[in-house]
Design a protein around this ligand. Structure first.
Ligand SMILES: [Zn+2]
Length: 239
C-alpha cells in the first residue's frame, strides 16, 4: 500500500516538475533566446487572402510579422511559401480596411506552447494601438522591421503545453527513478534499509525497525552479516 502511494507521489511530482520545466523553458526562450535572420514569404490562408509574412526564429522561439497584402500590390520578388503554425491567429481585420497587420510571438521547446500577439488595422494605426494580447511586454522595441520587441508570451497553446509537459515529466520521472535506484544500491551496500536508510546491522527481524519495511535478504547479505551470524555475534564483521 505504501509503495503504491509513493509511486503516485513520484508520478505527481514528475508531472509538476515537467509542467514547470515546460513553462520555464518557454519563458526563458522568449526572454533570452538569440533570434536568427528573418525569412520572408507568403502564407495563404485556406480560401482566404494571401498574407505577406516574415518570420524569425531562435531556440525555442518564433516571431511572426504578417501583413495582409494589398489587393493590387505587386507580388514579392521571390515569394517563399511559409507554413503558418497552428497557434498563429490570423488577423480578421476590418473587411472595409484593405490591410491589417500582426506581430506574434510563440515560445516553447520542443513545441511552441505559449503565444502572444498584436493585431491591428493599419488604417487605424497609431503607436498606442499596438497593444499586445496574452503577453507581457519587456521592451516595446522598434515598430518597423526588424521588430525588436521583447514580449514574454502567456497565452496557452494547449497541444504544445501537453506534449512538452509529457516529455519533461518523463525525463524527470526517469531521473528520479535512477536516483532512487542509486540511493537504494548505496544503502544496500552499507547494510542499511533501502527505504529509510536505517542501519540494519544487528537487527534480525524480517522488517525494518525504523520504517517497518520488509527487509530483503540481499540488504543484509550485501554486508555479509547473515541473520544467523548477527544472532550469534554482532562484532564478527568481515575483513
Ligand atoms: Zn527502514
Amino acid at each position: 500500500m505504501r509503495s503504491s502511494l509513493s509511486v503516485i507521489v513520484l508520478i505527481l511530482l514528475s508531472a509538476a516538475l515537467g509542467a514547470a520545466t515546460c513553462i520555464g523553458i518557454a519563458l526563458a526562450a522568449a526572454r533570452w533566446s538569440p533570434i536568427g535572420p528573418p525569412l520572408r514569404g507568403i502564407v495563404a490562408r485556406e480560401r482566404g487572402p494571401l498574407w505577406d509574412a516574415s518570420t524569425v526564429s531562435g531556440r525555442g522561439i518564433q516571431r511572426w510579422h504578417i501583413t495582409r497584402q494589398l489587393r493590387y500590390s505587386l507580388p514579392l520578388a521571390a515569394p517563399m511559401r511559409l507554413k503558418a503554425p497552428h497557434w498563429l491567429p490570423f488577423p480578421e481585420g476590418d473587411t472595409r480596411s484593405y490591410m491589417s497587420e500582426m506581430e506574434a510571438v510563440g515560445a516553447g521547446w520542443p513545441l511552441i506552447c505559449l503565444h502572444a500577439e498584436n493585431i491591428f488595422d493599419i488604417m487605424n494605426f497609431s503607436p498606442t494601438a499596438r497593444v499586445w494580447r496574452n503577453g507581457y511586454v519587456i521592451e516595446h522595441g522598434s515598430t518597423v522591421q526588424p521588430f525588436t520587441a521583447i514580449v514574454v508570451p502567456l497565452g496557452p497553446v494547449w497541444k504544445g503545453l501537453i506534449v512538452n509537459t509529457l516529455v519533461f515529466s518523463a525525463g524527470w520521472l526517469a531521473f528520479m527513478v535512477v536516483v532512487g535506484m542509486i540511493r537504494a544500491h548505496v544503502r544496500r551496500c552499507r547494510g542499511c534499509c533501502t527505504r529509510c536508510g536505517y542501519d540494519l546491522r544487528g537487527s534480525a527481524g524480517a522488517r525494518c525497525p525504523e520504517c517497518g519495511g520488509r527487509i530483503r535478504s540481499q540488504e543484509r547479505g550485501h554486508h555479509r552479516i547473515g541473520e544467523e551470524q548477527s544472532a550469534t555475534s554482532q562484532s564478527q564483521s568481515p575483513p
